[in-house]
Design a protein. Structure first.
Length: 381
């Protein structure tokens, strides 16, 4: 194992961009039954609109420049090259904070929240709320190279991220996550409670009791929504968890196919009223897709589902997480467990019912996201 940390710059070859333009221009769109809208998945009129924008107006070089305004690094942990963004605060007393994304997200989810977290006094807040912000790409996602060996599930990633924080010299840190990021950071709280002083989650795990007892109307509604999600919206996880390589061929070969696969989730899982562009811009949506396309990591990202589902991580009995845990409950989050069930798994010391927002909290509602992080982490500084 090498412990070296190397500076990294995001730079996509012109040849890749030329090839992308050619593929997009030759997209073969399937037919669609008139009047079905989003019922069968992403509608072709909206996909055509996005593809046209990608070809004619989208500027990857501008987005690349924005990404490179932050400091990027790579290091090898457990044989795996891991990329991370590291934004140190000017305040030497800042609390280190790891932000972990999931699928189909990327580091792009956090671009709007990093500056106010790392330099709050430059964004109308107090310096004592400063964080040193670390945003790793999950192994096999984006600029973290695809794993070359089996076994990189959420447990191994959690161990890798705790090693990353140690390698950066942080003896005391917090961690935040949603989606896979919530699963990873939960395990960081289990594996490294001596150094991980607190967790903040926007999709925590619930532990159902044997006898649930009476539930409020809101809790019953949340459970019904989760059942609906499992019935109508979880096929992606079954496919990625069973045959990711087969799916990966199409996603790696067709940029329009990758765009459709990912943007449909951003629309369905967000608090957007059915129109994704009420909370995301086209540039945001396409830049997140570009991270997968430019790095050819759509298949390796999908393999995380296979590794986690077949490695037993989802069925293991996780011990009670004793570190203080803050929960931000967004109304359109895809999995919303009753609070009492969450408190059976975590030492919940902070719970906020957000007025709006969904699965991609930092990207949808950056101000609400930042405010809740500041409020919670004040309790453990």
């Amino acid at each position: 194992m090498t412990e070296s940390i190397e500076q990294f710059e995001i730079r996509v070859d012109d040849s890749l961009l030329d090839d992308l333009q050619d593929r997009l221009a030759r997209t073969r769109f399937p037919d669609q039954i008139e009047g079905t809208g989003w019922d069968y998945g992403i509608p072709m009129d909206y996909l055509r609109e996005l593809v046209d924008y990608w070809v004619q107006a989208y500027d990857w070089r501008a987005q690349e420049e924005r990404l490179n305004q932050f400091d990027h690094f790579r290091t090898t942990i457990d044989g795996q090259s891991i990329h991370f963004l590291h934004s140190r605060s000017p305040n030497p007393e800042a609390l280190p904070l790891l932000l972990a994304h999931g699928w189909p997200g990327s580091i792009v989810e956090f671009l709007d929240v990093i500056p106010p977290l790392s330099a709050p006094d430059a964004h109308g807040a107090q310096s004592h709320d400063s964080f040193h912000v670390i945003v790793p790409s999950l192994p096999g996602y984006g600029f973290s190279e695809p794993p070359r060996t089996q076994g990189w599930d959420i447990r191994r990633i959690a161990h890798g991220f705790t090693e990353l924080m140690s390698r950066l010299g942080y003896a005391r840190y917090g961690a935040q996550g949603g989606d896979w990021g919530a699963q990873v950071t939960t395990r960081m709280g289990v594996y490294d409670p001596e150094h991980c002083v607190a967790l903040h989650l926007n999709m925590p795990i619930g532990r159902p009791p044997q006898d649930p007892g009476p539930l409020s109307d809101e809790e019953q509604s949340d459970l019904a929504a989760m059942q609906q999600f499992q019935r109508e919206e979880s096929a992606y996880a079954n496919e990625q968890g069973t045959k990711p390589q087969t799916l990966g061929v199409g996603l790696n070969d067709s940029p329009a196919g990758l765009l459709a696969w990912i943007v449909e989730k951003f629309r369905t899982w967000s608090d957007c009223g059915g129109d994704p562009e009420t909370v995301f811009t086209k540039d945001q949506l396409i830049t997140n897709v570009m991270v997968y396309w430019a790095t050819q990591t759509s298949a390796s990202a999908a393999r995380l589902y296979w590794e986690t589902m077949h490695g037993g991580a989802l069925s293991e009995d996780i011990p009670f997480i004793s570190v203080p845990t803050g929960v931000a409950r967004y109304p359109k989050e895809i999995l919303r467990w009753p609070r009492s069930w969450v408190e059976r798994q975590y030492n919940v010391t902070h719970w906020t019912s957000m007025p709006r927002g969904g699965h991609f909290a930092a990207m949808e509602q950056p101000d609400l996201f930042v405010d809740d992080l500041r409020t919670f982490f004040r309790t453990v500084r």
